[in-house]
Design a protein around this ligand. Structure first.
Ligand code: UDP
Length: 237
């Protein structure tokens, strides 16, 4: 990869400019962080696994009519994406209660929710990504057009339907996941960031074993082995 100007470095990825102002190069890092980066680690090859998993998921979603920033995978840990301005909201979809939801509302860990719950969190590390509602979004100036939030919710539900069906066929329960969206130069809202075991929770259908970043969060053993298993199941026909 030629040396190119870095636009941004996040916890899991680096973004570089390309010769095309409407496109960016995304590099997936091996770094692992949790609890708002209070816990840090790294596993060699994790970035490449997430790049391959995200590629497969973005391709699947595109086939189902979801517009994403993904253009193509370039090599083991790089993809070419449309340049977007990220909307500073983390859209979380939950099918089963775990993680922060159980702590915040006292719902039993592992309880299947009666419907998919969609939540918004304000993307701000200094504030610890607080949960927000539509009115907070308006006050924060994230959007004045409330139909955009309805669009994000509808996209999140559609993505959940597609991915839950896809993964259960591969004996994985999609417990919850986080999405980010961005606007391209024409103002279209595209699914952005990544979809990987760093941003989703996957439990084995038969054993409920955790095959995602909770292995790192909770010291449950190798992350890479679990991510390799997720990739293997994604690639199975
Ligand atoms: N998530 C994420 N990035 C974040 C926060 C959450 O990718 O900054 C994902 C997380 O992997 C899980 C879902 O969003 O799949 C819900 O996470 P939760 O709110 O339960 O937070 P956590 O328990 O991870 O603090």
């Amino acid at each position: 990869m030629d040396t190119q100007q870095m636009l941004y470095e996040g916890k899991g990825k680096k973004l570089f400019v390309t010769h095309n102002p409407d496109e960016v190069l995304v590099e997936f890092k091996d770094d692992l962080t949790a609890f708002n980066a209070e816990k840090k680690g790294s596993e060699q090859g994790k970035g490449a696994l997430n790049c391959e998993i995200s590629t497969a998921i973005f391709e699947l979603l595109a086939q189902e009519g979801i517009q994403t920033h993904f253009l193509k995978k370039l090599d083991s840990n790089h993809m070419l994406c449309k340049k977007v301005e990220i909307i500073p909201i983390e859209v979380v979809v939950r099918n089963v209660a775990t993680g922060s939801l159980t702590k915040r509302l006292g719902i039993e860990d592992g309880k299947v929710l009666p419907f998919a719950l969609v939540e918004f969190y304000y993307k701000d590390d200094a504030l610890g990504d607080p949960i927000i509602n539509d009115e907070h979004c308006r006050i924060l100036g994230i959007t004045q057009d409330m139909s955009e939030l309805d669009f994000l919710r509808a996209q999140a539900r559609k993505i959940n339907d597609v991915l839950s069906a896809f993964f259960i066929e591969r004996k994985l329960r999609l417990i919850d996941f986080k999405l980010e969206f961005g606007k391209d130069s024409k103002g279209n809202i595209l699914l952005a960031d990544e979809i990987s075991p760093d941003s989703c929770r996957f439990w084995d259908k038969d054993t409920n074993d955790k095959l995602d970043k909770d292995r790192f969060r909770q010291n449950l053993g190798s992350v890479k082995v679990a991510y390799e298993e997720v990739l293997k199941r994604i690639l199975q026909k």
